[in-house]
Ligand binder design. Structure first.
Ligand SMILES: [Zn+2]
Ligand SMILES: [Zn+2]
Length: 186
């Protein structure tokens, strides 16, 4: 494994903290979406953009962040396990509050609203982008609508070969039944 420095998606809010107004940032994430315990592999780049606006208020350090991320996650076909890209597009919004010195993002609740506290003007967007992306992942994917899946007897990919088992194991009734079960998984 070569160690390539992975750029951290971020937006600098120094000017907003000082003067107010709004800021935007956009970029691409390559290879994978990083979650705390997992990586979601990508096909091509995931494109994101984020805008942040300072909110008028007493404290003066609240911000409204909204953004979008879109890309293709690499998943496995639920029938034949072939690598299959799944289009993902996610929108997200957060209420942020600057609290100088805080090392990590921290979520608090105030008046039944979730507020994310951040402690550095260079706001790390990775956790926000990753979570939004992961939430929009489809539960399962199919490589194609009529994927024939794997042979239950020998494991052959029935899209590619006809191993001969299928005729015996798949009566019409069974075919209907498996279609029904597939439908229930959606
Ligand atoms: Zn398939
Ligand atoms: Zn077979």
């Amino acid at each position: 494994m070569k160690m390539k420095q992975r750029p951290i998606p971020s937006i600098n809010l120094s000017r907003l903290i000082r003067e107010g107004g709004s800021a935007t940032a956009k970029d691409e994430i390559w290879d994978y979406i990083a979650l705390p315990n997992e990586r979601i592999p990508l096909v091509g780049p995931a494109v994101w953009r984020v805008s942040v606006a300072k909110m008028e208020g007493e404290g003066g350090l609240d911000f409204w962040l909204s953004g979008e991320i879109a890309g293709n996650a690499l998943m496995e076909c639920r029938r034949c396990l072939a690598p299959t890209p799944a289009a993902v597009r996610a929108h997200f919004q957060y209420l942020l509050r600057y609290q100088s010195g805080l090392a990590h993002l921290e979520a608090i609740e105030e008046n039944e609203e979730e507020i994310l506290l951040f402690g550095h003007p260079d706001l790390d967007l990775e956790p926000l982008l990753s979570e939004a992306f992961a939430l929009e992942l489809p539960y399962t994917v199919l490589c194609k609508e009529d994927c024939k899946g794997l042979c239950p007897v020998c494991g052959a990919n029935l899209n590619e070969v006809d191993c001969g088992h299928q005729a015996k194991t798949h009566s019409r009734l069974e075919a209907e039944l498996s279609k029904l079960l597939d439908g229930l998984k959606d």
